[in-house]
Each structure stands twice: as C-alpha cells, then as structure tokens.
Design a protein around this ligand. Structure first.
Ligand code: ADP
Length: 390
C-alpha cells in the first residue's frame, strides 16, 4: 500500500476526526485510499456508463484529468473495434446480471496509445438491492503482457530450433544406411556386368544382399519411429491388447540382438525364469524391449548387459542394465522427451525418439518407465506394466 502522506488527495483536507466519530473515520480513510492509489484506475459509472468519479490512478493510467472525463461515456477507453462490437455495454450487462464482469483486453489512453488492461466492473447496489451505478477498477498489465509475449516468443524460437536440429539429425540418420546400400548395389551391378556370361558366385551375391537387407531394415526402423511419433502427436496410437506372455517375447528379442551384441563386444545375460502373462499390445511392448536393448548395446558397447523380467505385486517388471557411458544428471530428467539426445551425433547415431516412444507405449498401458544412471557408470532402465488393464 502506498504512503498516505503527500498523496494527491491532500491528506489535510481529509484530516481524520477524533476517535468518537469512527464511521466518519472509515469513510475518510476509504476516500483517501481511492485518492492515493495510483496503480489502479478506480472510477464509478452511472447507470448508463457515464463516468461519475475519477481517481488519480485513473488519471495516471488513462491520461484524462477528472474535469475532462467526468460525464463522458466510458466507451472512450475502448478501441473502435471493441466499441463496434458493443463490448462496453456488454460489460455493463454482465455486471448488472451477475454482479461482476472481468476481462483482460486492449484499452486506449487519452493520447490514443493502447495498453493491456485488466478490468473489473462491479454492480453497485444500495441497501434495497437497487442498482445505483458501477464501480470500475482497471490495472495496466502492459508490462506483464509483454513479458508473457516475450516468453511465448522464446518458447516458439526454442521449438523451431529443436525442429531444425531434428531435421538435420533425421536427414543425416536416413542418409547413413543409404550409403552402404548404394555401394553394395553398385558393386553387385559391376560384378554382374564384368562376370563372364553374367555368372556371379552365389556366395558373393548373398554377402552383398545381407548388407543391403540390413541397411533397408535400418531405414525401415527409422521411418517407423518417425511414423510412430506423428501418430502419437495426433493421438492415434491405439493399443491392440491381447493375452500375452512377455517371457518368450523377450527371449526372441534378445536372440535377435545376439549377433549385434557379439559384434560390439557385449555379453547379454538374461534372467527371465517364469512366464509373465498379461493383457498387452505385444508388438508395442516388443518395441520397448527392442529400444532399451539396442540402446544398452549402443551406449554400453564392450561391457556386459543384464536383462531381467519378473512378475511382482501385480506388475510385470522389465529391467535392462548396462555398464556403459551413462547419462549426465542434468540430462536425466529429459531422456524421455521427444528429440532428446544426450550424446553427440558424431559419436552415436540416433533420432532421439526411441525412449520417447517407449515412454508413450508404457504409459498408454498404465505402466511406468524409469532410469537410474551415472555418467561413465552405466544405466538401468526399469519398466513396470500392470498385469491386468487398469
Ligand atoms: P537415440 O538413442 O536415438 O538418441 P533415445 O530416445 O533412445 O534416442 O535416447 C535418448 C538419449 O538418451 C540418447 O541420445 C542418449 O543420450 C540417452 N540414452 C538412452 N539410453 C542410454 C543408455 N543405455 N546409456 C546412456 N545413454 C542413453
């Protein structure tokens, strides 16, 4: 609250009377308050919306002196388009009907400049409930509005930056399998062209084809991830739940990754001793297993990887642990975000979508996914899925 001394209302002219006249005291204090407040425009309107009283705050915010504005219609404070849309009268109608009207919007000062205002119009009723006029309190929120706009611009700029980064990562990632694919196909073409009677050894063809098929599979996986993300974004990821045993599913995924594990020097230990049955979308859960295991091999190359699956307390619990590069503490809360990558693209390929998709799949099943990790000391990802739909 502002200091009462020296306020425009001139405290002396409203000198407080002795303690005996406390009703008069309260009235004087109220008048002083209204006259001294300069960061709120406080005014009253008659039944038709003409200004009846005006405080220094109103003069400071709107620029009119009391004698210039008292008696004028309050629609002067509105921009022409708001007047054309009958906004001033609508505000009075709402206040009359409901006792109060509030809105944030543009208003016009005496000099024609606009400011962003928070406006409250209150119906003033007498003791008999009769409407006598309106009280109007206006605050200038331009600075707050501009700060909000700046924050919104910042957010949009950041979103654009992330999108541009993502586009360059995505095009790089999509290009990577294309190069060996192109090389192999060109080599096969040349081998056939140069071979006497076009007879190329089937061993040679099959070696080249294996490479080509691997690259096409990689490309398909990247495109599938991109499609998944756009499906999730438009809310179209549907689960097709069916009775499923996760144990054979996990064994299959681990077996599929064994050649890659050998290639990068990882031994994979699997601890999944018993069936874990529930109602899940098997293809989606398999996708989660695949993402976690392929990350463990990618970021934990050369070290053992432990995979375990158990049923406990009504939940399936899948854990994938590696002893690899780990994740920095400041990146940890964001690893499940879209496009998030906590490693340099030069050292490790990837779109930054695998964990985002895994998180979406797990939460769609009513489960959760968590990570514990320390830089240079490996990571443990834990997934819990309810055995029965919740
Ligand atoms: P991608 O691996 O394609 O970059 P993910 O969404 O699978 O995308 O992972 C997001 C980020 O989380 C990765 O870029 C990496 O920085 C980090 N990350 C994920 N798994 C591991 C892990 N097992 N060890 C270390 N870092 C990991």
């Amino acid at each position: 609250m502002e200091d009462i001394k020296g306020c425009p209302g001139n405290a002396e002219s409203h000198a407080l009377t002795g303690p005996s006249d406390s009703k008069q005291d309260a009235a004087d204090q109220l008048r002083l308050l209204i006259e001294c407040v300069t960061d709120h425009a406080i005014l009253t309107l008659d039944l038709h919306g003409h200004v009846a009283s005006w405080n220094p705050g109103a003069e400071r915010i709107k620029g009119y002196r009391s004698e210039e504005i008292v008696g004028q219609h309050f629609s002067r404070f509105y921009p022409p388009e708001a007047v054309a849309a009958n906004k001033p009268q609508r505000g009075l109608d709402v206040a009359t009907r409901e006792g109060r009207f509030e809105e944030d919007g543009w208003r016009v000062r005496k000099d024609g400049s606009r400011f962003w205002a928070n406006v409250v119009i209150t119906a003033l009723l007498d003791e008999t409930g009769q409407l006598r006029g309106f009280g109007k309190v206006t605050r200038d929120f331009t600075a707050r509005y501009q700060a909000q706009e700046r924050r919104e611009m910042e957010r949009l700029r950041e979103a654009l930056r992330i999108r541009d980064d993502f586009l360059s990562v995505a095009s790089h990632e999509l290009r990577t399998p294309l190069t060996p694919l192109h090389l192999k196909l060109t080599a096969m073409r040349r081998a056939i062209d140069q071979a006497p009677n076009g007879a190329v050894s089937s061993e040679r063809v099959s070696r080249d084809l294996d490479v080509a098929v691997r690259q096409v599979r990689k490309l398909a996986e990247l495109v599938d991830d991109l499609l998944d993300v756009s499906r999730i974004t438009v809310g179209q990821m549907k689960l097709e739940r069916a009775p499923t045993d996760l144990t054979p599913l996990l064994r299959e995924v681990v077996a599929r990754y064994l050649p890659q594990a050998t290639q990068v020097g990882c031994s994979v230990r699997l601890d999944a001793p018993a069936p874990v049955r529930g109602d899940w979308d098997a293809r989606r859960v398999e996708q989660v297993m695949t993402n976690l295991l392929s990350n463990a091999l990618k970021y934990g190359a050369g070290k053992p990887v432990d995979v375990s699956l158990h049923a406990e307390a009504g939940m399936a619990r899948l854990t994938v642990r590696d002893e690899g590069i780990g994740i920095a503490q400041d990146a940890l809360p964001h690893v499940f975000d879209r496009f998030m990558r906590a490693v340099s693209g030069r050292n490790y390929g990837g779109l930054g979508l695998g964990l985002y998709i895994a998180h979406q799949v797990v939460t769609a099943h009513g489960g959760d996914i968590q990570v514990r990790s320390e830089l240079d000391h490996g990571s443990t990802f834990s997934v819990r899925l309810p055995l029965a739909p919740i």
